[in-house]
Design a protein around this ligand. Sequence first.
Ligand code: CDP
Length: 249
Amino acid sequence: MQPFQRRNDMILQETWRTGHPTRIHRLSRSTASVTDTPLLVANRTHMTFTIAIDGPAAAGKGTVGRRLAARFGYAHLDTGLLYRATGRRMLEGLDAVEAARSLRRTDLDAPGLRTPEVGQAASRVAAIPDVRQALIDFQRAFASRSGGAVLDGRDIGTVICPEAEVKLYVTATDEVRAGRRHSELVAAGEDITYDEVLQDLRQRDARDSARAAAPLKPAGDAVVLDTSQLTIEQAVAAAIAQVLRVQGG
Ligand code: CDP
């Protein structure tokens, strides 16, 4: 068994503990209402609810994902970090597939994962089918955790969680995305121009969309959320409204 898979549960638990605000909805039989049917009790003891968020680079998936997770008390996984950590290890000289198979929780906290250089490396390793394969089990296990989960990436609604209850495809124009990412990077101390950011996003989007393995595209049943003209608050409100629509049946 591969080290990453063997340690899935540990990584997952740590992600829950150290990640964004989470609350585990786990009702024991004793706390369930007496009117609950056995089926309802069973559902509640292992309540899963998956929100899949996909979209091109810097579209706001992470922000929307984190805010949804906080709002509903779900766990959040930024799956881009898995590819960024793998890409970073490849830049250090490791074989990409080996790097993905031996990923550790601590690799996701490595400094510099958000830089364009690592983003490009992530996009290159992400086109390798064996790299994607090595990361599937962890993502699916996360998605099916009791208590609800939000995952953001490129293939969550199409490949990782095709049964997700909510699927969002978050997008925005190239220029808006580049402007937002440029501000983030400058705030983080990166010396980079707007044009360089725009070129980086376009290159990655083209590679991510054209690859044969799990290409970037909206799932057929995804709700498209174009945030070009929206503030963060408006985008988050629209995403919350969609989740509530689904939950309201
Ligand atoms: O934050 P940003 O949208 O710029 O990128 P990211 O989500 O951190 O993803 C970095 C790269 O990882 C992407 O350009 C994709 O190539 C790859 N990726 C992927 O292939 N599948 C995912 N589920 C997530 C990321």
